[in-house]
Structures are given as C-alpha cells and as structure tokens.
Design a binder for this molecule. Sequence first.
Ligand SMILES: CC(C)(COP(=O)(O)OP(=O)(O)OC[C@H]1O[C@@H](n2cnc3c(N)ncnc32)[C@H](O)[C@@H]1OP(=O)(O)O)[C@@H](O)C(=O)NCCC(=O)NCCS
Length: 161
Amino acid sequence: MVTKNVKSDTKCESFDVVYLNKNDIDSVLEIEKNSFSHPWSKQLFLEELDNLSSICLKVLSKEGTLLGYIMLRKIVDEMHLLNIAVKKEFRNKGIAKALITEAQKHFMGVSCIVLEVRVSNKPAIELYKKLGFEQLYVRKRYYPDGEDALIMEKKICAQVE
Ligand SMILES: CC(C)(COP(=O)(O)OP(=O)(O)OC[C@H]1O[C@@H](n2cnc3c(N)ncnc32)[C@H](O)[C@@H]1OP(=O)(O)O)[C@@H](O)C(=O)NCCC(=O)NCCS
C-alpha cells in the first residue's frame, strides 16, 4: 500500500493507492456512471479484474472512501490504459496523477503506455501531457456517438522481468 499527499484548496490530504477488488464494484460503477456518457458495465469491470494481464488500482481516502480507479491491460509489451476516473468532488487534487504514477511501478517488460481519449476531453488530455504522453494521431469517429479519439503514447524505459 502506498500513501500519498494530495493538494486541496485549504490543506494537504493523504490517501492510499491500493489494488482494486470485486468488493469495490458498486463504488466504481457510481463514479463510472457520473464520469462517462457510455459507462462500462459491471461485467466489463469484473472481466478486467479477472484478467491476469491487467493492473487495477484504486485510491482510498483516509476514511476508506473510494475516490478513483485505474485499469490497464498489458498486450505484448504495451500497457493499454483502458479506464481511469476520479470522483467529481475530488478532481484536481492530483489523484489521477497518483494512480498513473503508481501503476507504472507495477510494470514489467513494458515499452510504452498507449491510450485513446475523446478529442473534447481537455482535462484528460492535459493530464496525459503533464505525465509525458505524446499525441500520435486522431482516429476518426472512434466513439459510438461519432466523436474522434486522440491516440496518445508514453515510452517507458525497459525493465528487467
Ligand atoms: C481526467 C481525470 C481522470 C483527471 O483526474 P484528476 O484527479 O482531476 O487529475 P489530477 O488532479 O491528477 O490532474 C493532474 C494534471 O492534469 C491536468 N488537469 C486535470 N484536470 C484538469 C482540468 N480540468 N483542466 C486542465 N487541466 C487539468 C493538470 O495538468 C493537472 O496537473 P496540475 O494540477 O499540476 O496542473 C478526471 O477529470 C476524470 O475522472 N474525468 C472523467 C473521466 C475521464 O474523462 N477519464 C479519462 C478517459 S480517457
């Protein structure tokens, strides 16, 4: 378990970054539904939790409330960032940054992280840029509503398995 400090308007709060498990699903689904126009289903989350190639982490407040989560899956030597979301009232406090930074510590034999993001999703694009992701190309009409996706990538220094 890793404890981090996050900024807030008035004080420094601390939280833990730990593995996500099936008992977290209801809290995850609540954040998911409040974060996306096309949220993942419960089944999709459960499949990812069961996938041995996936890394699924959550952020817990000091009181044990789930504030955010991340899911990545390793495909050959690429880590695909499949999902990340933070509870609305807790955004802009460094939680997503902490989730991605912490997830990277679990990588073995990974050459890059890749992801797609809606071209209109400025907070997410800014987050990824801040963490060193580069814009690769636009995939036209990628999303069900016809919006384009921006494909981004961050190279990772090779680690020994
Ligand atoms: C995108 C999201 C995960 C960011 O989470 P967060 O915890 O608020 O992000 P952080 O506080 O860690 O922000 C880290 C950096 O991202 C950028 N950023 C985050 N929110 C931003 C915003 N609203 N506007 C501009 N930049 C923003 C900033 O550069 C920030 O660094 P700084 O605080 O030092 O300036 C969050 O907004 C969210 O859950 N959105 C809905 C779900 C979603 O869109 N997920 C991504 C799908 S691809």
